[in-house]
Design a protein around this ligand. Structure first.
Ligand SMILES: [Zn+2]
Length: 217
């Protein structure tokens, strides 16, 4: 059953972003930075020349500032995934506000990074108030149009099959920066690289393009 917090925002066009523009996709990674996975992931993304949007956990940014700098200098966009990885829907106003503000401060504290104005709540747990608070802080709520359930224990072959079956125009793909991901997601990312090259699609960083689309809607 779909939680209430999931379907209410979806019913409002432009209230949050789930897709990009025609002829483009965006690849996003949640939950970093993680010293046990981010270095290998960055290496793989560099090898494949893929630029992604990383939705980072504020508390993890505070503990891994060097890694944060490496993500930014590699050309990836960094955005807000909350200060702790806890559901934000139906939390107090103070909790949500502090979560968003502390994460921005953690990302921007050393002056090496400017946070992209996008927010993806942990677990995609988004309600009206959380979305409204984010917008007041200039952050666009961004969810996704496809995921691979890569947070479960799945083999590289399984993940590739799901990716091949779900690859679509305007896709915002949700992936996770977690230990082992550079191995299990390698075939998926190779597939993405070859598909966007073959189709001549653009690989977008968020949220600029989704903002543009919202203006059109
Ligand atoms: Zn997450």
């Amino acid at each position: 059953m779909i939680p209430l917090s999931q379907w209410i925002p979806r019913a409002i066009p432009g209230w949050q972003s789930r897709t990009t523009e025609d002829g483009s996709i965006a690849v996003t990674f949640d939950d970093g930075p993680n010293p046990d996975s981010t270095p290998e992931l960055l290496q793989l993304l560099s090898e494949l020349d893929l630029k992604c949007t990383m939705f980072l956990v504020g508390e993890a940014c505070e503990r891994n500032q060097e890694l944060l700098s490496k993500i930014v200098s590699a050309g990836h966009a960094v955005a807000n995934h909350g200060y702790v990885h806890r559901r934000h829907a139906f939390q107090s106003k103070e909790f949500v506000t502090e979560s968003l503000m502390r994460t921005r401060a953690a990302i921007e504290s050393r002056g090496c990074a400017t946070m992209a104005p996008a927010f993806r709540p942990p677990y995609g747990s988004l309600d009206w108030r959380t979305g409204r608070l984010a917008r007041r802080m200039g952050l666009s709520p961004v969810l996704w149009s496809a995921h691979l359930s890569d947070w479960r224990m799945r083999t590289a072959g399984d993940l590739l099959r799901v990716a091949q079956n779900n690859f679509h125009d305007r896709m915002i793909l949700l992936l996770h920066d977690k230990p082992g991901c550079a191995v299990t997601l390698r075939p998926v990312l190779e597939h993405i690289r070859s598909e966007i090259t073959r189709r001549n699609w653009r690989l977008l960083l968020l949220p600029e393009e989704s903002s543009k689309r919202r203006e059109v809607a």
